[in-house]
Design a protein around this ligand. Structure first.
Ligand code: SAM
Ligand code: SF4
Length: 328
């Protein structure tokens, strides 16, 4: 078991398999994109597989595949199949923008993918276009429908942004009336690939809840262990909704996750600097034992929360980061 220096059990890896993406979501990337890493600098699937196997030996049993957009990387389906066959990995989840996903859903279902988080920032095609800067709303909605009809658990992610999609909050909740889906409202974080804070949190979780209370009576439902979302339900509705205080960072006390960026850097907190680069270690031909020891050491030296991690960044920390290069 991996226990960090604050007594938290670490069993969850978020793996960003690419920094590439076909959308340009306002809150994640500038209009003209980010400077992608060279292909050779990205972890190969073989390297990722080795790390998952080694981390699995230490107690990582749950994986989220993210990016960038995971489905723009060729070979993702065989890779997923391989990790789904690892005994140590009990649960695989994927976060996707849903634009290249629809024809993969039955394969994902067959290999037992537990849940898909679909980014869906608006239910209006014009607002969707204004946020993502791409005209792919219909494709994403078709993916949504097919996912809801599949065996895979579906969650949607909406980053709440003043002046952009507040009018989508109620229609999103209405989705839960007939669909067994969890719609989640996320506080915007300052990782949009441009310098400074961007739009960060004009709509904190409390404000989102207050807005919801103006129209709905709701009931609190049980949050899964180490959940980042606070979850609720409208009585009589099939699905549920959740709020993710990603910027207020009120969930750090039970944080069970680590991240691997597309170039193999381990980040033990989203808000902190990378601890160690596993790609360089692997390419330096180290043994599995050495890899395990680096992971144990990093877990033994985690920041207490996202605020401490943010404060501990060095002067060389980049002035701007995109969520696509960290792995959202
Ligand atoms: N491309 C995939 C997608 O969009 O679902 C996966 C990668 S994306 C970086 C993962 C999640 O991070 C998305 O749900 C997105 O909404 C969220 N995200 C990206 N930038 C964010 C930001 N600045 N603040 C809050 N959430 C953000
Ligand atoms: Fe791409 Fe996802 Fe970032 Fe949007 S949030 S630009 S879909 S990586």
């Amino acid at each position: 078991m991996l226990i960090d220096n604050h007594g938290r059990l670490i069993n969850y890896l978020r793996l960003a398999i690419t920094d590439r993406c076909n959308l340009r979501c306002f809150y994640c990337m500038p209009e003209n994109g980010i400077k992608y890493m060279k292909k050779k600098d990205l972890l190969s699937f073989e390297e990722m597989f080795r790390l998952i196997r080694v981390f699995g030996d230490l107690g990582i049993s749950k994986i989220r595949i993210t990016g960038g957009e995971p489905f723009v990387r060729n070979g993702i389906i065989s890779f997923l199949k391989e990790i789904s066959e690892l005994e140590s990995i009990m649960e695989i989840n994927i976060t996707t923008n849903g634009t290249f996903t629809i024809d993969k859903i039955s394969a994902l279902e067959k290999m037992g993918i537990k849940s898909v988080n679909l980014s869906l920032d608006s239910l209006d095609s014009q607002r969707f276009f204004d946020i993502t800067r791409r005209d792919l709303f219909d494709q994403v909605m078709m993916t949504y429908r097919k996912l809801v009809e599949s065996k895979i658990r579906v969650k949607t992610n909406m980053v709440v942004m003043d002046g952009r999609n507040i009018e989508d909050i109620y229609p999103m909740i209405e989705l839960t009336k007939y669909d067994d889906v969890s719609v989640r409202f996320i506080e915007e974080m300052p990782f949009n690939g441009t310098e400074g804070q961007g739009n960060a949190t004009i709509w904190p979780a409390k404000k989102i809840m207050k807005y919801i209370e103006e129209k709905y009576s709701y009931q609190k439902i049980l949050d899964p262990p180490a959940s980042t979302s606070l979850n609720y339900k409208i009585p009589g509705y099939v699905g549920s909704f959740g709020i993710i205080p990603a910027y207020s960072r009120t969930f750090c006390g039970s944080c069970n996750r680590i991240r691997l960026t597309p170039q193999g850097t381990l980040r033990t907190c989203l808000y902190g600097e990378g601890q160690v680069n596993f790609r360089d270690l692997i390419r330096g031909s180290v043994t599995d034992d050495v890899l395990r020891n680096y992971l144990i050491k990093a877990i033994g030296n985690r920041a207490n929360d996202g605020f401490e991690a943010e404060k501990s960044r060095s002067e060389t920390f980049p002035a701007s980061e995109s969520m696509a290069t960290i792995g959202g």
